[in-house]
Write a protein that binds this ligand. Structure first.
Ligand code: FAD
Length: 428
């Protein structure tokens, strides 16, 4: 019997890699410690609500996602460009505008004092330049902390603290603005060049779409891989579960989170990670009109941002009900229930007419490893898909960047490497 390629990890990277190998006729199996595929892209159904394990969105401009996903079939609900900012006891709407729009509406803009007019003009100019960069251009810029990049462009303290910190804090799960500026520019270009969206069936629908193309019998769930079995030269010959059971393999693709990949491969991958906590509330009425994010520009409190998810996609809540996702960065020591009470008090100030103190807390999620860290220079330190041993490969966001797009691209590149090395071995 021909031994299969074993893919360890059924997150997006592992799934994309396995689907490509299967499509190319390469025998493949996928094993995952969890009870179902998707990795970090998981959605639970509770009382008619769709609860993603952490608020996350798909940028429709993602290049690898555009190629690999059937976007139409995901039936995407879109968020508006722009955000409500809570500062000085009020919410005010910041919308990306072209310079011409800004001049037309300047009297309106002067009235809203949360972000100074000069910074709003600069934001329009910035989006007009950085927002149009290609992925290649974004990654070809000089790396520096995102804060330095933005300050170098001329942004002042108010917009840094009231907009960029909570907004990019929500994207990178870190408000420090220390993320490599090239990754920020990539994200900014994606935001500008497409929509920010969630699938009608929850974020897991992205993984489900790939999974549907791989026969069910090629998956095994519920057992953690403890070890890669190797021959005397270190080349992989199989995997061993924590039950001691083994499966023989022709090659092994490690498609776990970075830290587990380092352990299994016995070599460094990417260091550090970001955590987040997500609290879901049923709200009597939509938190705001329109599918706008709400950002905490006050510099106080635990809530970083609120996403009125059922405004973007009504399928996230039963008919007549509304769902709000509240993100707290990190993994605070209070219980979920305690965090929910604090969040309700804070949000009662943000939206005083929405009865936040009455919102029903549905449930919370703690995501310990939500994203890998992406400090300045992380791109040069990415491990790539190859290892020092023939037949042992890496796939995962940690070979590209921490995003849905990075995971997809990594899965594709891992599959290409496996097939090219197998082809070369057969030809030899
Ligand atoms: C809260 C949150 C917000 C995010 N926001 C966004 C966003 O807005 N936009 C965006 O593009 N991206 C976002 N991301 C990032 C994105 O979800 C990830 O980059 C991507 O899903 C990573 O996929 P992966 O396949 O690399 O890893 P994972 O999805 O982590 O897959 C790894 C798999 O390996 C399995 N595994 C681990 N160890 C073992 C073992 N020893 N044996 C067997 N199986 C094992 C795990 O169970 C898991 O299924 C967010 C992530 C989170 C959590």
């Amino acid at each position: 019997m021909v031994k299969p390629v074993v893919v360890v990890g059924a997150g997006l990277a592992g799934l994309v890699c396995a689907r490509k190998l299967h499509q190319l006729g390469v025998p493949v199996i996928v094993v995952d410690a969890d009870d179902r595929p998707g990795g970090r892209l998981k959605t639970d159904r509770e009382g008619g609500f769709l609860l993603d394990r952490g608020f996350q969105t798909l940028f429709t401009a993602y290049p690898s996602a555009k190629r690999e996903l059937d976007m139409d079939a995901l039936n995407l609900g879109k968020f508006e460009k722009g955000a409500h900012i809570f500062h000085g006891g009020n919410l005010s709407l910041l919308e990306p505008q072209t310079l011409m729009d800004m001049f037309r509406t300047k009297f309106e803009l002067v009235r809203s004092k949360t972000i100074p007019l000069g910074d709003k003009r600069l934001l329009a100019k910035f989006s007009g330049s950085a927002g149009h960069m290609s992925v290649r251009q974004a990654y070809a810029t000089d790396p520096m902390p995102t804060e330095d990049y933005l300050r170098g462009f001329g942004f002042g303290d108010e917009i840094m603290d009231r907009f960029f910190r909570p907004f990019l804090g929500g994207i990178f799960l870190d408000k420090s603005l220390t993320v490599d500026s090239r990754q920020f520019l990539f994200v900014w270009a994606m935001l500008n060049q497409g929509q920010t969206a969630i699938p009608a069936n929850g974020i897991q629908a992205i993984a489900d779409q790939i999974t549907a193309d791989i026969p069910r019998y090629l998956f095994r769930f519920g057992n953690k891989v403890d070890q890669i079995v190797r021959d005397s030269h270190g080349h992989p010959t199989g995997i061993r579960f924590d039950t001691s059971e083994t499966i023989d393999a022709n090659s092994v693709v490690i498609a776990t989170e970075a830290e587990e990949a380092s352990r299994l491969a016995g070599q460094p991958t990417a260091e550090g990670h970001k955590s987040s906590t997500c609290l879901y509330f049923e709200t009597a009425t939509p938190v705001v009109d329109g599918a706008y994010l709400l950002l905490n520009g006050s510099g106080k409190g635990i809530v970083n941002h609120v996403a009125p998810v059922s405004n973007a996609s009504p399928t996230y809540a039963p008919s007549g009900k509304h769902l709000a996702s509240v993100t707290v960065l990190g993994n605070p020591e209070q219980s979920d229930q305690e965090l929910a009470e604090i969040a309700k008090q804070e949000l009662n100030e943000w939206v005083p007419s929405k009865g936040a103190y009455m919102w029903r807390f549905i449930r919370g999620y703690r995501i310990g490893f939500a994203q890998m860290a992406q400090p300045v220079g992380f791109i040069e330190r990415l491990p790539g898909n190859a290892t020092s041993h023939t037949g042992l490969y890496l796939a995962g966001e940690f070979t590209q960047n921490s995003s849905i797009d990075g995971a997809i691209r990594s899965g594709l590149e891992a599959a290409a490497l496996v097939t090219s090395e197998q082809g070369a071995a057969e030809a030899a």
